[in-house]
Design a binder for this molecule. Structure first.
Ligand SMILES: [Zn+2]
Ligand SMILES: [Zn+2]
Length: 355
C-alpha cells in the first residue's frame, strides 16, 4: 500500500492507539504511525469506538485469540467517525462524510459474496481481529464497507449500531412476529434483541440472564418477563408459562456452556433456535431432541451486508439503543473501561479517541 502525496499534514503526526503488542494478557496505549490509504480505501477519523466481547477475548489472550491474532494489532472494531481523506478510485464517499464501517471486510468476488452472503465471505477480514482496528484516532477501510450514518445519530449511538445489527440479524433470522421468544443472554446484543423482538411483533419476550441490573434494562427495552438463571431454572419457568409447550423461538446469545442445551429444552416441538453466542469450548448436545422435536437449529453471525444496516436504521425509532451504553471514557483511559467490562459492571463502554 502506498501513502498518498496529498496526505493531510496533521495526520502525519503519530497517533494514539490501544494495541496488543505482546503474546500475553493485557494491551497498551501506544504511539502508532497513522494508517495510509491505497486505491479504493478511505481514512476515517474515529469519533467514538466501543468495547465488544471480541476485544475482551483478545485482551485476555484466550485460546481463540492466540490462534487468530497476529501481533502487533490495534484492538477494536465498533466505531463511528468522519472521513478524513480518500484514496484513488473511491467514488461514493467524500471527506467529511459521517460514517461507520461494516466490520466484516468482504472480498466481493467469492461464491458467498456473489450469492448475497458477503457477511460469511470465504476471504473475510474482521476489523481489530485480522487487521488494525478502531481503538485509534484513525482507521483505514475499503470504500465497499462504508455505511453513511444518519446525521441525527450521535457518535456514541452510531458506534453501537454494529452490535445492534447483530441483534437485528438474529431476530430477523428467527422470524418472530406473533411468536413466543426466549432470549438467553444479558450482554449488549441479548438486551438489544429483546427490544428488536418486541418491535418486530413478538407475542411475548423472555430474557434470561445472570445480573439483575442488566435484566432491568431488558425490561425497559421491551422484555415481558425476565429470568435470573442464578436463582431460577429458565426451562421450568418458560414451560410453566407456556402451558408446558415451550417457546416458539429461542435466541442463544450468551455463549454460556449450559445455554444451547437449555435452549433445546425450552424450544417447543417444531420451534426454531438461533445460535449466536460462542461457547468457550465444544459442547455436547442431545441431538436426538433436535430430531424428535423437529427443531430448526440455525447459526447467525455478523450482519447481512447491508440489508441488516437498513433494517437497524428502521428499528431505531422503536428500540432505545442508548440504554445499553453505561460508561464513556477518553481513549487514554481505555483501561478503566476494560476493567469495568471484565468485572461485568459495565454493559457497553464507549471510548473517545483524540479526547
Ligand atoms: Zn462487536
Ligand atoms: Zn467473498
Amino acid at each position: 500500500m502506498h501513502r498518498l502525496d496529498t496526505f493531510p499534514e496533521r495526520v502525519e503526526n503519530i497517533v494514539q492507539a490501544v494495541a496488543k503488542t505482546r503474546p500475553e494478557p493485557g494491551a497498551a496505549l501506544v504511539e502508532w504511525d497513522p494508517p495510509s490509504v491505497g486505491p479504493g480505501e478511505v481514512l476515517i477519523r474515529v469519533a467514538a469506538a466501543s468495547i465488544c466481547g471480541t476485544d475482551v477475548h483478545i485482551y485476555s489472550w484466550d485460546n481463540w485469540a492466540q490462534s487468530r491474532i497476529k501481533l502487533p494489532q490495534i484492538l477494536g472494531h465498533e466505531h463511528a467517525g468522519y472521513v478524513e481523506t480518500v484514496g484513488p478510485e473511491v467514488h461514493h464517499v467524500q471527506p467529511g462524510d459521517y460514517v461507520t464501517a461494516e466490520t466484516h471486510i468482504y472480498c466481493g468476488r467469492c461464491y458467498l459474496c456473489q450469492t448475497g452472503n458477503a457477511h460469511i465471505c470465504r476471504h473475510m477480514e474482521i476489523l481489530g481481529v485480522d487487521r488494525d482496528g478502531t481503538f485509534a484516532e484513525y482507521l483505514a477501510v475499503p470504500e465497499s464497507v462504508v455505511w453513511k450514518n444518519d446525521p441525527q445519530l450521535a457518535p456514541r449511538v452510531a458506534t453501537v449500531m454494529e452490535p445492534f445489527g447483530n441483534a437485528v440479524h438474529v431476530v430477523m433470522k428467527a422470524e418472530v412476529p406473533a411468536k413466543t421468544v426466549v432470549i438467553i443472554g444479558d450482554g449488549p446484543t441479548g438486551l438489544l434483541a429483546a427490544g428488536v423482538a418486541r418491535a418486530a411483533g413478538a407475542a411475548a419476550v423472555w430474557t434470561v440472564g445472570l445480573l439483575d441490573y442488566r435484566l432491568q434494562i431488558a425490561s425497559q427495552l421491551g422484555a415481558d418477563s425476565i429470568v435470573n438463571a442464578s436463582g431460577e431454572d429458565p426451562v421450568s419457568t418458560v414451560k410453566r408459562q407456556t402451558d408446558g409447550l415451550g417457546a416458539d423461538v429461542v435466541l442463544e446469545m450468551s455463549g454460556a456452556d449450559v445455554a444451547l442445551p437449555q435452549a433445546l429444552e425450552i424450544v417447543r416441538p417444531g420451534g426454531r433456535i438461533i445460535a449466536f453466542g460462542i461457547p468457550s469450548r465444544p459442547l455436547t448436545l442431545n441431538t436426538s431432541d433436535v430430531v424428535f422435536k423437529e427443531v430448526e437449529l440455525l447459526g447467525a453471525v455478523g450482519r447481512r451486508i447491508f440489508a441488516t444496516w437498513h433494517h437497524s436504521q428502521r428499528f431505531l425509532s422503536q428500540v432505545d439503543v442508548e440504554r445499553v451504553i453505561t460508561d464513556e471514557f477518553p481513549l487514554s483511559r481505555w483501561q478503566e473501561g476494560m476493567d469495568k467490562v471484565l468485572r461485568r459492571e459495565a454493559i457497553k463502554v464507549v471510548l473517545y479517541p483524540g479526547a
